[in-house]
Design a protein around this ligand. Sequence first.
Ligand SMILES: *Cc1c(COP(=O)(O)O)cnc(C)c1O
Ligand SMILES: [Zn+2]
Length: 417
Amino acid sequence: MKYVLGAKCVKCGKEYAAVPHLTTCSCGGILDIVYDYGAIRRDFSPKTLAGNRDWSMWRYRPFLPVEEGSPAPPLRVGWSPLYKADRLAHALGLRTLYIKDDGLNPTASLKDRASSLAVVKAMEAGASTIACSSTGNAASSLAGNAAAAGLESYIFVPSRAPKGKVAQLQIFGAHVISVDGSYEDTFELSKASIFRWGWYNRNAAINPYLSEGKKTVTLEILEQLGWQVPDYIALSVGDGCTIAGAWKGLKDLYAAGFIDRLPRLISVQAEGCCPLNRALQTGKPWTPMEENTLADSIAVGVPRNPDKALRALEESGGMAINVSDREILDAMTLLGRTQGVFGEPAGVTGTAGVKRALEQGRIPADATVVSIVTGNGLKDVQSGIKAAGEPMVVRPDMEALLAAFAAHGIDPKERMI
Ligand SMILES: *Cc1c(COP(=O)(O)O)cnc(C)c1O
Ligand SMILES: [Zn+2]
């Protein structure tokens, strides 16, 4: 790997060679991949990137910890759209808002970025089988990306995982283990099984390469913004790997001279499960919480990557915002109605947090904010219906339709604009 110097523990600083089967430090700390930014700077710039026709996360190869000869996996992951969300900005009273719709990845969540990288590392390790535990999206993305690359997968999910995500697993041919317990229980069983059978480990926070895949979301955002740095980037937080990855991407760009300042991160969690935000807000070490929210993807009572996540928030001068399930459901319809973007509950939690932060005056109305929608709403139709309700039902005749319009206060007259 031309640009990778090695890996370094975020807790004790111990250094490791970047072998494919890398896990955590002997001290229990999580590793960070270290690059030779001088070499990246020499070979790679916004200009060379502008000529690159690879419209996927693999356009950032010099920033990714893979061997030069390793082919990119078959599924197209990344280069999701960044929408200038003027209608939503107006509704929120914010000057400039962008929505990064990562629900448009092949298995419909940001987790595809990590799984794509995991598949390459598994191939480099010569593994035929790859495994993880997940609240749902890491699972479905691993199953899809593994299937496309011809790898077998073993996936552990808590039994509460939404049906849409479990259906994805089944369709992609994964060995699915639905664990009758919490995410914490699910994680522990997967860990024991991975140890027992020696599968390639795609557990976030254990495998340090995964957040390197996730960081491509911020590499893209900045390229899509023409390297103009926004003031804030908001995203939902569960284990903390996504926000840590997002921060790593920004720091990489800064170190390689692509950007000249760094944005502040907004960590958004559900009120009913916010151990990381609570730690940030109280200045005390994090402690476990119940997993009490309908945003299943971030219902993580025992976060797996607290050190990296909290460090990212500290370094960025970031802020912690908690939102209720009601606010999350409202953000679903708000994004849908103003921008045509349908996110799952955890997918829109970042946007709910932007709304709350504006209401509380924690971010100024003239700021430039990017909100990442991390997962697609079709994964969890139940919550979509909870947010938006059932449609009107009519008999198939005009009288019934008129009566229904009247009953719902709808004026169907065409308004020329
Ligand atoms: C996994 C996930 C998150 C949070 O990522 P963490 O790394 O667990 O913090 C947010 N939104 C969605 C849709 C996810 O699947
Ligand atoms: Zn260590």
